[in-house]
Each structure stands twice: as structure tokens, then as C-alpha cells.
Design a protein around this ligand. Structure first.
Ligand SMILES: Nc1nc2c(ncn2[C@@H]2O[C@H](COP(=O)(O)OP(=O)(O)OP(=O)(O)O)[C@@H](O)[C@H]2O)c(=O)[nH]1
Ligand SMILES: [Mg+2]
Length: 433
């Protein structure tokens, strides 16, 4: 079954808690702190896999969860890291979170960490200092990232095959490539996209064959235009027109209109237009039908004729496609290089370190909201049931200058202090100063 969209829930592993423990030895009444760190939570990693062709699996297993890290042990033993969860998706899968594209899996073998596991908490062995000989404090493990993501498959091919049902699209694919799609002399034989690789000279072309289009496809007629998104990322459109058509020019314009109605991207793609099934036809008729297309075809389009079953003209068609693909890809590479140059100039580079240490305090409805990656992480790792852990957060806030800013903004006693926009953790100023 071909499925090209799905919703999943990704949950990275939680970091293991740090441990509070003290060395116990014979004859030593109270040893030093030796609580180990918690293990890191596993990541959720997506991999673009060439042998996967649909998102059908995700209709059933919708929760993609990595393992949690284990807590730290005594004698400084580090907790075991949680195992990553690796998820195979078809090449061309886009991963979307809250409407934003967070990863586009366009290259075979590409790996992307989609949700990061939480760090393990430090055990108390870390917190020994000259003034604090017996620290009863350890950090909690950090939460792993967790969110709902939509997966949208948009095939990545070089050539997209379009035309009326029965135009001979699947037959062409079966003759020039390794693909073995279903072929029959009735409309809508092809119900879901087929992919095939064709070798021509020293290049390979990945060709996507989609279900036939009819007039009104963009309004849902026939199988509709739902499959057109799978050819939006191609470099060239191969438009087939049956040589037995009464009016090949009209046939061409009808399909063009559906492409233009669908999207600007499709409308702008270069095309190779080919009169198909020319075997058994006189040269004059072939020329006449071809001329009818040339008369109306978009400027710059290549118009050819071929017979897939007799393998006449198919090599020329592949060559024309390969040449167009080469030009388009070269242009794309050029624009990419250009935009990269431009971004180099305009982005003021802030080191990660600076970004990490930044924080802000603002007042909102009587509460004070403290935001910033570093302080939010510390707050999330604080065990609010443990006075030692709270003391540590207090020390960090003082050191970072946040407490000073809170007082300056007029915070006092019972005022609520929240950490992070979501405000998962909150305390009163009294409790942390
Ligand atoms: N004589 C001849 N018949 C062909 C040629 N190419 C395709 N056909 C026939 O045309 C019919 C339709 O071919 P398909 O390849 O299934 O057409 P399609 O465009 O994929 O059709 P849909 O999947 O329905 O959109 C079949 O009966 C083929 O055998 C050709 O080059 N010459
Ligand atoms: Mg077909």
C-alpha cells in the first residue's frame, strides 16, 4: 500500500538521574561523595532508506521512542546511555514540526537527529568543594525532546512522467528502466507512483511514473492531482501524447493547464514533449501530429516522437532528458552557492557559547519569566523536592546575575519566578534567594 503522509510522535530518551552516595569503607566513618552520573537518553534518528518506498508503516506504529538513560551508580559508576531509535523513511520524506520543515530527507543514507535525548544528571561526586565536603546534591536527568511530527513524502526524481491515461507512460518506464509497472489498455492502470532508473550514456536518470491526468484533475476528477506533488522536485517533465489522439495540440494544452493549476513550481519546470506509440504509423502522419504539438508548445520545449514497444526514438528521448537534467542541476547548484555566499555576509556570527549563556527576565501578570537555554536547562534538572538541589540552582542564578536582575525589576518574597516560556518549573523568589 502506498501512503505518502503520516503523523507520528517522537520521544527521545530522558537522561538518567545523578546519584547521591558516599564512599563506605571499613574503619572510615564517612567517606567522600561518590555518586555517579546518569546516562544520556537515546536520540530519535531518521534515516533516508532507498529500500523503503512508502510511509505505510507509520499508520500503525505512531510512537517512535528512544530508550531512557540509566541512573548513576555508587562508586562513581556512570549510568548506561539509552539506545538511540533509528527510523527508516523513504528518500524524499519531509519532517514537519508545528508547520516548520525540520528535516528534508532527500539524499539516500542521510541521517538526521530529529529529537535529542536528554543529558544525564551529574552525581554528587561532582559537587565536592572545599566548603562543601559532603554534598547531598545530584542533578536530575534532563528530559528528552518530545513532539508530534508530520511526515510528508515527496519523491525526489530527475524526470516526472505525465500525460492522459493510456498515453504509454508505464510502458516507456518498463522499456527504459529496471521497473516493472503494470501496463494495460484501459485508463488508470497506474494507481500509485512507480520509480525506475534508466541508464543513458554515462548518466542514470531516476524516473517517476504517476497516474494519468484528465481535464479537471485539479478539481478532483479522475484520480485527481494528489500525485503531482511527487514530480514537483524533478528537474524535467516528460509529457507523453498518444500519436492516435484526434487533436494532439489540444491534448497537450489540457495537461499543461492541469500542471499550471497545481503549482507554479510545476508550471515552470522544463519539459520534453513526446508523441508516443508511433510504430505502425506513416512518417507523414507522425510529422503531422508532431507539428500540431509544436504549434502550441511552450517556448523552449523539446518535441520528439517515439515508439516504446519498437524501441524507436527512446534513446533520443533519454538523451534529451539527460541534457535538460544536467542544465537544471547545474543552475540549481549555482543558485545554492550564491545564496550561501550571501548568507555569509549578512549573518553576524554569535558563538554557541554566547547564545547558551544569554538569558532574559520579563514580568508578566505578576510573575517573572526567566528564559535562556542555559538557565532553563539548569532549572529543568533541579530536583525541587531536594533542598540541596534548590540551593545549587540559587547559586547558579546568582552567578549568572539573574537574581540581581529580578530584584532590580522589583521582584520580592512571594512573587512567582517561572523558568522557560512553558513555565514547567516555578518557585517563589523567597524560595530561591
Ligand atoms: N503500439 C504501441 N502501444 C503502446 C506503446 N506504448 C504503450 N502502448 C500500449 O498502450 C496501452 C497503455 O499503456 P500504459 O503504459 O499502461 O499507459 P499509461 O500511460 O501508463 O496509462 P495509465 O497508467 O492508465 O495512466 C497499453 O495497452 C500498451 O501496451 C507503443 O509504443 N506502441
Ligand atoms: Mg501507467
Amino acid at each position: 500500500m502506498f501512503v505518502d503522509s503520516a503523523t507520528v510522535f517522537v520521544t527521545a530518551g530522558r537522561g538518567g538521574d545523578g546519584r547521591v552516595s558516599f564512599r563506605t569503607e571499613k574503619y572510615v566513618e564517612k567517606g567522600g561523595p561518590d555518586g555517579g552520573d546518569g546516562g544520556k537518553g537515546g536520540d530519535v534518528i531518521f534515516v533516508a532508506d532507498e529500500n523503503t518506498s512508502t510511509l505505510v508503516d507509520f499508520r500503525i506504529k505512531q510512537e517512535l521512542k528512544a530508550e531512557n538513560g540509566e541512573p548513576g551508580g555508587i562508586r562513581r559508576r556512570h549510568g548506561k546511555n539509552g539506545a538511540d531509535r533509528t527510523v527508516k523513511v523513504p528518500v524524499g520524506t519531509m519532517i514537519i514540526r508545528d508547520g516548520d520543515l525540520i528535516a528534508d530527507m532527500t539524499a539516500p543514507g542521510q541521517r538526521v537527529v530529529v529529537a535529542k535525548g536528554g543529558d544525564g544528571g551529574f552525581g554528587n561526586a561532582h559537587f565536592k568543594s572545599s566548603t562543601r565536603q559532603a554534598p547531598r546534591v545530584a542533578e536530575l536527568g534532563e528530559k528528552g525532546e518530545a513532539f508530534e511530527a508530520s511526515l510528508e513524502l515527496k519523491l525526489v526524481a530527475d524526470v516526472g512522467l505525465v500525460g492522459f491515461p493510456n498515453a504509454g507512460k508505464s510502458t516507456f518506464l518498463s522499456v527504459v528502466s529496471n521497473a516493472r509497472p503494470e501496463i494495460a489498455d484501459y485508463a488508470f492502470t497506474t494507481l500509485t507512483p512507480n520509480l525506475g532508473v534508466a541508464d543513458i550514456d554515462d548518466t542514470s536518470l531516476l524516473i517517476a511514473d504517476i497516474p494519468g491526468l484528465i481535464e479537471g484533475a485539479s478539481e478532483g476528477k479522475g484520480l485527481g492531482d494528489a500525485f503531482l506533488r511527487h514530480i514537483e522536485r524533478t528537474a524535467v517533465i516528460l509529457h507523453l501524447i498518444d500519436a492516435y489522439s484526434d487533436d494532439p495540440g489540444q491534448a497537450y494544452l489540457t495537461i499543461r493547464k492541469e500542471l499550471e493549476n497545481y503549482s507554479d513550481t510545476l508550471a515552470k519546470l522544463p519539459e520534453v514533449v513526446v508523441l508516443s506509440k508511433t510504430d505502425g504509423l506513416d512518417t507523414e502522419i507522425v510529422d503531422h501530429q508532431k507539428a500540431a504539438i509544436v504549434a502550441v508548445a511552450a517556448k523552449g520545449s523539446t518535441v520528439l516522437a517515439m515508439s516504446s514497444t519498437a524501441k524507436q526514438g527512446t534513446t533520443e528521448v533519454l538523451r534529451a532528458l539527460a541534457a535538460t537534467v544536467r542544465t537544471v542541476r547545474a543552475k540549481q547548484a549555482e543558485t545554492l552557492a550564491q545564496t550561501e555566499d550571501e548568507t555569509d555576509e549578512t549573518i553576524i556570527s554569535l558563538s554557541t557559547r554566547q547564545l547558551d549563556d544569554g538569558w532574559r527576565v520579563r514580568e508578566e501578570e505578576g510573575a517573572y519569566i526567566v528564559t535562556g537555554p542555559k538557565i532553563e536547562r539548569f532549572a529543568a534538572r533541579t530536583d525541587y523536592g531536594n533542598v540541596h538541589s534548590i540551593n545549587r540552582l540559587r547559586d547558579i542564578m546568582k552567578k549568572m546575575g539573574i537574581t540581581h536582575e529580578l530584584l532590580r525589576k522589583g521582584a520580592s518574597g512571594e512573587d512567582l519566578i517561572r523558568f522557560g516560556e512553558e513555565g514547567a518549573s516555578q518557585m517563589t523568589l523567597e524560595e530561591i534567594s
